[in-house]
Design a protein around this ligand. Structure first.
Ligand code: SAM
Length: 295
């Protein structure tokens, strides 16, 4: 394996392979071994673990993960990085790089396929690690959560501002549909902040490492998750409007008078803003909305 965690090593690899960092793919590579070790310590890897990595890049996290985990599967979308990874991970017999788009990857199926059914759907839980490409952070988290993939923990690096959104509570500027989804499906924790200086090239923002631990049962009970998330999106869709007006403008069915009745039934004041609702209130609203739809 080749040590890639320094700006000089990244520059030299890129020169040799005649490639450059693709900003459009969120390629900001980690060049600080201490941070890499800190991220992996948070995953508490053992030789029993199967690790799925999203976006291995040049293999900085991958190579270190391979030293502690039983096996590492790394999904990379950039075809041009495959020869680089073959070189930097040479000799790491427990690593497999898979060319693919993480947004379209069924991680359970991949884990099951590559482990002969030991991990993944119906099998043991695997661990996810990623220094996430920032341009797809929200859709990727939604992909991981709403598909209820069978991972025990995800250690992900995201922009600090996104990390704060994941943990944000009702009534704050950062609280949004992503906060609700993350809190509904997981217990999340910001583990530590990461300065922009540990990346090459350095991004314009600082980052944070977050741990997501899927809950056995969602944080609140809802009869119909699709309806729940539709209402969440509607409530946050037009943040300057009152909840009543946001729901009325959502195209979800009921007219304004009926939205008022629905809100009254669950004791929620329609003059509030959507972003002040707790998860429990969104669940109540979902119940009343479904009752209305059922006639
Ligand atoms: N893990 C490496 C590190 O920490 O140095 C690279 C992290 S870099 C922020 C993000 C990586 O994700 C890049 O290698 C990029 O090519 C890859 N990537 C971007 N979009 C992707 C996608 N849709 N699916 C899989 N990988 C993706």
């Amino acid at each position: 394996m080749i040590q890639v965690a320094s700006p000089a090593a990244v520059r030299s690899i890129m020169r040799r392979h005649n490639i450059s960092c693709r900003k459009s793919l969120g390629q900001n590579f980690l060049v600080d071994l201490n941070i890499i070790k800190k991220i992996l310590d948070s995953a508490a890897l053992t030789s029993d673990d199967l690790v799925l990595e999203i976006g291995p890049g040049l293999g900085a996290l991958t190579a270190q993960a391979a030293q502690n985990a039983g096996r590492v599967l790394a999904v990379e979308v950039d075809h041009g990085l495959l020869p680089v990874l073959a070189e930097t991970l040479e000799g790491a017999g427990n690593v497999e790089v898979i060319e693919g788009d993480a947004l379209k990857t069924d991680f359970d199926r991949l884990a099951a396929e590559k482990s002969g059914g030991l991990f993944g759907s119906g099998g043991r839980k695997y661990k996810l690690i990623a220094n996430l490409p920032y341009y797809i952070t929200s859709p990727l988290l939604m992909h991981l959560l709403t598909n209820r993939f069978n991972f025990s923990t995800a250690i992900v690096m995201v922009q600090l501002e996104v990390a704060e959104r994941l943990a944000a509570g009702p009534g704050t500027k950062q609280y949004g549909a992503l906060s609700v989804a993350v809190q509904y499906f997981t217990e999340s924790k910001i583990l530590f902040k990461v300065p922009r200086t540990v990346f090459f090239p350095a991004p314009e923002v600082d980052s944070a490492v977050v741990r997501l631990s899927p809950r056995n049962l969602p944080a609140v009970f809802v009869r119909d998750e699709k309806a729940f998330f539709k209402l969440v999106r509607a409530a946050f869709g037009q943040r300057r409007k009152t909840l009543l007006n946001a729901l009325d403008g959502s195209g979800l069915g009921p007219d304004k008078a009926n939205w008022l009745k629905i809100l009254q039934r669950c004791g929620i004041d329609g003059s509030r803003r959507g972003e002040t609702l707790t998860l429990a209130e969104f669940a109540l609203l979902t119940g009343a909305y479904l009752d209305f739809c059922a006639g």
